[in-house]
Design a protein around this ligand. Structure first.
Ligand code: AMP
Length: 397
């Protein structure tokens, strides 16, 4: 895998695709600079080599139109503060103006281009537009995992104009290695913890990972489709009746492959989908009518703990309860704690895709797991076994 470490950027202009799609408040202040911080090591490496960096990103969804509220000029000061260099800005991302700003760029300097998605050609993956982008650098660096599953001009097509001068930035390389560790090279036993609301949104992931894991922990709303499919009573719990056959197929496939499946045995049931609902602990397959399972029960958590503690590689995708409500967050917090303990004992743990990342951040587990993926959709597509165009474009000769 070619990374920025394989290039000396001295007197070179690096065209770097970053993901600076950061949240802004009403006064256009950046409210979370994590994504800028995440790109910093790559930018610093380029500058320390004696090169300069031309940064390109999208912000929001302007849908091919110039929208002042989504101008990347709003984040220029924040990028300067994080990188420690006064960042220049040009209010275009291709063409004469941008080319002039790049030509004037000196070693050690950083230039931020205007929002790529002001141009409709970006999301269309337009070749001519990508060629124009390619005029803005000597070496192409992709450090934006969050958009690696999109075949856009700046994430994929532009790479074709840098046949032997393209590479991954540190952030993207780290994401790829973390996923590889779980899917290919991870030490056994490998455990996947899948939660979230629905089986239907996780089915492709389950099908892809079954042959790569030893244990499958199923939690959250998905549970009840599996339980009902096996003849259990799930009361008013969330359940996809049309996915029950699929659930049984998954269980059979897991058995054939020797994968141990761990479903909840007890749950915290509530008489309403509300933080203030009455609750009681019931067997997962005997939930009374009018009650719904909203979190994992104590016996379930003991079982999950034992499996997680003996795992050497752990993937976590999806909360095991309705963690947004305090009354039903305990299960998800406990799973986070078990992963923390396993990680301290030498396991590699990866959290990625959607709401489990939100949960990990909300409960402060970010530094306790080995890796938290920044790319929602891109992470999910990787787990589904899809080849991401942004990654393939760098790997292609
Ligand atoms: P996902 O985006 O598929 O990972 O789903 C995450 C959502 O699943 C979160 O918003 C949780 O509140 C929700 N969830 C987890 N457990 C349950 C449950 N037992 N019943 C309903 N929703 C749940």
């Amino acid at each position: 895998m070619t990374t920025v470490d394989d290039f000396n950027f001295e007197n070179k202009k690096a065209l770097v695709r970053v993901d600076f799609n950061v949240p802004l408040d009403a006064e256009f202040n950046v409210t979370d600079s994590n994504r800028i911080e995440a790109a910093k090591p790559t930018i610093i490496k380029i500058l320390e080599d004696g090169g300069s960096a031309v940064l390109m990103s999208h912000l929001g969804r302007p849908k091919g139109e110039r929208k002042a509220a989504l101008s990347l000029s709003h984040i220029c000061d924040k990028v300067s503060e994080v990188i420690g260099v006064q960042v220049k800005f040009v209010d275009d991302c291709v063409g004469e103006k941008a080319e002039k700003a790049v030509a004037e760029l000196e070693s050690g300097e950083v230039l931020l281009l205007e929002n790529l998605r002001f141009c409709a050609e970006e999301e269309k993956g337009d070749k001519l537009f990508a060629e124009k982008l390619s005029h803005l650098g000597d070496i192409y660096v992709n450090d934006a995992f969050g958009t690696a599953h999109r075949a856009h001009a700046s994430t994929t097509i532009v790479a074709g104009f840098f046949p032997d001068k393209k590479c991954f930035g540190y952030l993207l390389a780290k994401e790829i290695k973390a996923i590889e560790k779980v899917m290919k090279t991870g030490e056994k036993p490998v455990t996947a913890i899948l939660g979230g609301a629905k089986v239907s949104s996780k089915i492709t992931i389950i099908e892809n990972i079954l042959s790569k894991i030893n244990h499958l922990i199923i939690g959250g709303g998905m549970t009840y489709t599996f339980i009902k499919a096996q003849g259990g009573k799930v009361g008013n719990s969330i359940c996809e009746d049309d996915k029950m056959d699929l659930a049984l197929t998954i269980l059979q496939k897991a058995k054939d492959l020797g994968v141990q499946v761990h479903l909840p045995v007890d749950v915290i049931a509530a008489d309403d989908f509300s933080n203030k609902a009455n609750t009681k602990i019931v067997a997962v397959d005997d939930i009374p009518d009018g009650w719904q399972g909203l979190d994992a029960g104590p016996k379930t958590l003991e079982n999950f703990r034992d499996v997680i503690h003996e795992s050497k590689t752990i993937l976590w995708n999806g909360p095991v309860g309705v963690f947004e409500m305090e009354s039903f967050a305990k299960g998800t917090i406990s799973v986070g704690n078990f992963i923390d303990e396993a990680t301290k004992n030498g396991a590699f743990s990866l959290v990625g895709g959607g709401d489990s990342v939100a949960a990990v951040k909300q409960f402060g587990f970010e530094d306790k797991v080995s890796y938290v993926s920044t790319g929602g959709g891109a992470m999910l597509e990787s787990l589904e076994g899809k080849s991401l165009p942004g990654i393939a474009a760098i790997l292609e000769a």
